[in-house]
Design a protein around this ligand. Structure first.
Ligand code: HAM
Length: 418
């Protein structure tokens, strides 16, 4: 027996309907905000991620699926922002229209220790707006994120925001931390001791209570921001207030990727438990130039689809399409049925039939299991009279309908397909 690799999931037909629902809602909302879809490969040069996410980030250090080959190292993408910036530069999208609003969805891969809400293959729905430093764009992107969550009927989520400032401010923040933590190093947890050396900003979102208390006690809130970045952050907050988006400023929100500058944000939900982030994002104003493009600002986010579904499942039920189920009795009816099914499908009416030679009773049970709205029975008697027996599964009533009138009769009674 072959088994799934730990941390991967089969999305079975009954779950696929919820996935399709999220995908459809998100496509509609992205188009309202005028974002266009981009699809990039699942494999990229590993160095793209080393360079973008940062050599010392947890993802690059421990979580990349690497494929070694003659041309060097490839990696399964752990996230899509770096790939999209690569595609934006490589395909000269900046020549076509410098400012681009893009969205994407698809699988991402991280070699993590699997647990609830933490997978090795998971899915993102995300957006990237490339080509502007305007704080109103930050407001639009956070508002898009908020609209998606509301569109998915998710309630009680929290949007947390912070500003990391520009590259210089980040350096300043690192220095403040270095200075303040040096004398307290022995009190930090083992991981933070390593972070102190390798990636000191990550100490700020350590989950250990002792470390958290010590770091909160340092009182470094926004003190590292230069006047431009401070102003930018004030404008973002004012904009969010104007469009009525609730948020909380969390001074210790740093995010685990090196490319972030200025605004960073995270959406959390208490029902998720330990892995409580539904999604996250922020500005990455230096990434485009670092990867060989122009000096232009950008901002984006990604939502974790599996985590969205953990929350959304309890709040809504996906609707299945209304189906017509045809039961044929005898060889002749079976052949006539083939044509009938074909004409239903050409009229965009969802239908199915029995391929397992079930008895009438068994076929009716199958129709019931499928949640059929109508059952059609076609046997020798019906064929002689040129009719079909139509059973309305809602009311339980049954009548004979002429074969040439069955499509219009059913169309009258089916809800339009969306
Ligand atoms: P991220 O915070 O690494 O950001 O991932 C975004 C979301 O993906 C997380 O909040 C979480 O919901 C989900 N996620 C991450 N790892 C896993 C996992 N192992 N299993 C299940 N879900 C997971 C990014 O990836 C950035 N690219 C977001 C971004 C876009 N920033 C700017 N633009």
């Amino acid at each position: 027996m072959f088994k799934r690799i730990p941390g991967t999931k089969d999305i079975l037909p009954e779950e696929a309907a919820s996935w399709q629902r999220l995908e459809k809602i998100s496509r509609d909302i992205f188009s309202v905000f005028n974002y266009q879809e981009i699809r990039t490969p699942l494999i990229e040069s590993a160095s793209l991620f080393n360079r973008s996410l940062g050599e010392n980030t947890e993802i690059v250090q421990k979580q990349m699926f690497i494929i070694q080959n003659k041309e060097g190292l490839y990696a399964l993408r752990p996230e899509a922002t770096a790939s999209i910036v690569r595609a934006y530069i490589e395909n000269n999208l900046d020549m076509v229209r410098k400012f681009a609003k893009l969205y994407y969805s698809g699988p991402m891969f991280r070699l993590e220790r699997p647990q609830k809400g933490r997978l090795r293959q998971f899915h993102h729905i995300g957006a990237e707006a490339i080509g502007s430093y305007d704080p109103n764009l930050d407001v639009e992107v956070i508002s898009l994120l908020d609209s998606l969550l509301r569109g998915f009927s998710i309630k009680d989520y929290k949007i947390k925001i912070n500003s990391l400032g520009c590259a210089k401010d980040r350096e300043k923040l690192k220095q403040i931390l270095e200075k303040s933590l040096k004398s307290k190093l022995s009190k930090l947890c083992a991981d933070c001791k390593i972070r102190f050396k390798k990636n000191i900003l990550r100490t700020l979102d350590c989950k250990q209570r002792e470390c958290q208390e010590m770091l909160r006690g340092l009182g470094i809130e926004e003190k590292y921001l230069c006047s431009d970045c401070d102003e930018h952050f004030i404008d973002v907050k004012k904009g969010l207030d104007k469009v009525g988006i609730g948020y909380e400023v969390v001074p210790y929100l740093v995010r685990g990727l090196d490319y972030y500058t200025r605004t960073v944000f995270e959406v959390t939900h208490k029902d998720l438990g330990a892995q409580d982030a539904l999604g996250a994002g922020g500005r990455y104003d230096n990434l485009i130039s670092e990867l060989g493009g122009d000096d232009i600002g950008a901002i984006g986010f990604a939502l974790g689809v599996e985590r969205l579904l953990l929350i959304a499942e309890s709040t809504s039920q996906a609707r299945s399409p209304q189906i017509v189920y045809l039961i044929t009795l005898g060889e002749k009816a079976k052949n006539q049925g083939l044509q009938l099914l074909d004409s239903f499908r050409k009229e965009n009416i969802a239908c199915d039939t029995d391929y397992e030679a079930k008895s009438l009773k068994g076929a009716m049970r199958q129709a019931n299991d499928l949640g059929a709205r109508f059952v059609l029975i076609l046997g020798d008697d019906e064929l002689k009279k040129n009719v079909v027996t139509l059973k309305d599964m809602n009311s339980g009533t049954q009548e004979e309908v002429r074969i040439d009138g069955i499509i219009s009769k059913i169309k009258l009674n089916l809800e339009p397909r969306t």
